[in-house]
Design a protein around this ligand. Structure first.
Ligand code: NAP
Length: 286
């Protein structure tokens, strides 16, 4: 058996097209095009690539690119003042602080200055709290992109055995909460989990975000299960994920790396920015 490949690139395009339609509707209804303020501090080459892709996707969807760049030696006060200015600016619908920031800066203190209704990365404690309580709010882009992959590919979550590997604030924890919100029975694994393979084999839905190339092999996978590989690693042979390619012989459905979860993350950033703009402009939700 060879797993059906879940095409994240194609699904992300559908989401981006929906967002572009939503932006056009907002403007046609008398609103203003959403403005996305990406904030880059320093010149980390990987961050520069991520930011460039986000800015391109933002303008392609008809949004206004309000990118901000501070030099790598900017101090905490300067970075905080920039975020405060963006927070107060009505042209800014969403603020995204690109992480990691240079080591002399405190990222948590900077994130805390982003108002919850402009927090399009869903990383503030306010939005994390809303998610934990199952109340509406802006959700972190990567796990909410995984939820869209499930929905667009007919993956049944209600009552399903779901296992998430990794408990980061960015991916694993919100992923588990989103699955719980949809009535999956969720197990959250981490580096101290005893017998990871045994726990993972229970999963009808397995989401892997551990940051270890090839951590999950065929013996971790329930035959016919759905496997989502969030991991992304640059190796000599190109990009790879946390899931070994041999898993495709056991799983029923599998996301590739590249072309799986990655494109969904940017698409969901756009979706969050549109949601934020609608709310800030009092134009409700679609
Ligand atoms: P992270 O903050 O490093 O968290 C990794 C998690 O994996 C931790 O909770 C850790 O457990 C757990 N872990 C580590 N080794 C393990 C093991 N042997 N068995 C079980 N669990 C283990 O990473 P992250 O930010 O969540 O990112 C994870 C991966 O996803 C990375 O490869 C990252 O590049 C990728 N990523 C991709 C996207 C995308 O758009 N495609 C977005 C975000 C992240 P402890 O808590 O016990 O340490």
């Amino acid at each position: 058996m060879s797993a059906e490949i879940i095409d994240g690139k194609a699904t992300a395009k559908l989401v981006r097209d929906d967002v572009a339609d939503g932006v056009a509707e907002l403007v046609a209804a008398g609103g203003t095009a959403p403005g996305l303020a990406t904030v880059l501090i320093g010149d980390d080459p990987a961050s520069e690539v991520y930011i460039r892709n986000k800015r391109r996707a933002c303008t392609a969807a008809g949004m206004t690119d309000l990118h901000q760049h501070l030099p790598g030696d900017a101090d905490q006060e300067t970075a905080a003042a920039l975020i405060d200015r963006l927070a107060a600016d009505p042209a800014v619908s969403g603020i995204l602080l690109q992480l990691p920031v240079p080591v002399h800066l405190d990222p948590d203190a900077l994130l805390a200055r982003i108002p919850a209704d402009k927090d399009v990365d869903g990383l503030t404690t306010a939005n994390a709290g809303l998610l934990a309580q199952g109340r509406p709010g802006l959700r972190p882009c990567t796990p909410s992109g995984v939820m869209v992959l499930f929905d667009r590919h007919g993956v049944e979550l209600e009552g399903a055995e779901a296992v998430v590997v990794g408990r980061s604030v960015l991916v694993g924890k919100p992923m588990a909460q989103l699955l719980l919100e949809r009535n999956a029975t969720v197990t959250l694994c981490h580096s101290r989990t005893r017998d990871l393979a045994e726990v993972c084999r229970r999963a009808e839905v397995l989401v892997v975000a551990a940051g270890i190339p090839g951590l999950i092999g065929p013996d971790h996978v329930r035959p016919g299960g759905t496997v989502i590989d969030v991991g992304i690693h640059r190796e000599a042979g190109g990009l790879c994920g946390d899931v070994d390619s041999a898993v495709s012989e056991v799983a029923g459905r599998l996301t590739p790396v590249p072309g799986g979860v990655g494109p969904m993350t940017i698409a969901m950033l756009l979706a969050n920015t549109l949601t934020a703009a609608r709310r800030l402009q009092g134009m409700g939700e679609r």
